[in-house]
Design a protein around this ligand. Structure first.
Ligand code: 13P
Length: 335
């Protein structure tokens, strides 16, 4: 394992006052978002949309890395350029989503297991040759009666750790993404306790699997009440709960934590991150940044709607959102 290379990549991704743009939605997820806006669900439209994102002028000033899916890393832009080359020229590092999505966890109604370990070693080697320097694997956990179950915690944490070890073997930084879902009526304390259990399980398995912690990026959820909870909380409470939960669960050797947005509005995701930095920035052992998909892309897609006439304005919205998130890294975001 080339530890030096892994540390260098982590530093370039999270140590430069920038964040990550997740644009790696699977084909079905991307199609679902297109369908809601009557955008044709074709390979070409998906390509055009991803091109809109990556070609936005100034993206590299706020974004250190973009996460692509398999379709995009193999596509070319309308002027026949490769996505990896474009990003590299902008100083943006390419990441690749390598999990194959979730399926039902047998015997545990409503819980999920992430697939994708089959043939992962040669796939990672191929992606490394294509220029990917980091990867992503997402596991999901629901909060509910007896959920997350011990079986769900253990099996997903093991898969995440095996994935992370395989990535490091080929010099790819693994983004370890255990997501406690926002869906549901649970309150903040329930999300807090579920997130803590999830993170403990994940770090136990990472340790057993001999994963080099300085060479990973953790991509967790923020600690939030469920979407339909009656107890919504203010920014400070969420920032405090999130940071305390991470302090209890994440070793200081992990140098980067990049949050997912999880279905929060763009403004809320940014202001929660901003409040964490305002309150805790100088006292944390790890860098805290963003790796948002929806909290960056939802307003961009809503503006574009698949229409060339809206292209430039959609790009302006993208740049505005990434700049807002960058400002949040200094506690300087004003909604
Ligand atoms: P959201 O920011 O929309 O939660 O997506 C992050 C992500 O990469 C999901 O895997």
């Amino acid at each position: 394992m080339n530890q030096e290379l892994l540390v260098k990549t982590v530093k370039q991704l999270v140590g430069t006052n920038k964040g990550l743009l997740a644009m790696d939605e699977s084909i079905p997820t991307c199609n679902k978002r297109f369908a809601e806006l009557d955008i044709p669900q074709t390979e070409l439209m998906r390509r055009d949309y991803r091109e809109l994102l990556i070609a936005a002028k100034g993206l590299g000033e706020s974004i250190s890395g973009v996460i692509l899916c398999d379709e995009t890393i193999n596509q070319h832009t309308s002027d026949h350029r490769n996505f990896v080359d474009i990003a590299t020229k902008l100083g943006i590092i390419i990441g690749i989503k390598v999990d194959a999505g979730t399926s039902d966890l047998a015997g545990f109604n409503g819980e999920k297991i992430t697939e994708g370990l089959d043939q992962l070693r040669p796939r990672l080697q191929r992606y490394a040759e294509q220029g990917a320097r980091f990867a992503k694997w997402r596991a999901v956990f629901s909060v509910g009666e007896n959920q997350p179950s011990a079986a769900c915690l253990q099996s997903n944490a093991q898969q995440l750790a095996l994935y992370a070890a395989l990535c490091q073997e080929v010099g790819i930084v693994p983004i370890v993404e255990p997501e406690v879902l926002m869906n549901g009526q649970h309150n903040l304390a329930q999300c807090d306790s579920a997130t803590e259990r999830v993170l403990h399980s994940v770090f136990e398995q990472l340790y057993r699997q001999r994963v080099f912690l300085e060479g990973i990026i953790l991509k967790p959820n923020m600690v939030l009440p469920g979407k339909t909870s009656h107890d919504q909380e203010n920014d400070q409470t969420i920032a405090d709960a999130t940071v305390q939960c991470l302090l209890r669960s994440v070793p200081a050797s992990v140098s980067g934590i990049a949050f997912l947005s999880g279905g929060q509005t763009p403004e809320k995701a940014t202001s929660h991150l901003n409040t964490m930095h305002l309150t805790y920035k100088s006292s944390l052992p790890w860098k805290l940044t963003f790796s948002f998909s929806r909290a960056i892309q939802v307003p961009v897609l809503a503006m574009w709607k698949g229409k060339p006439a809206n292209y430039a304005q959609a790009q302006q919205i993208l740049i505005h959102r990434v700049k807002c998130n960058q400002a949040a890294l200094n506690g300087e975001y004003h909604s």
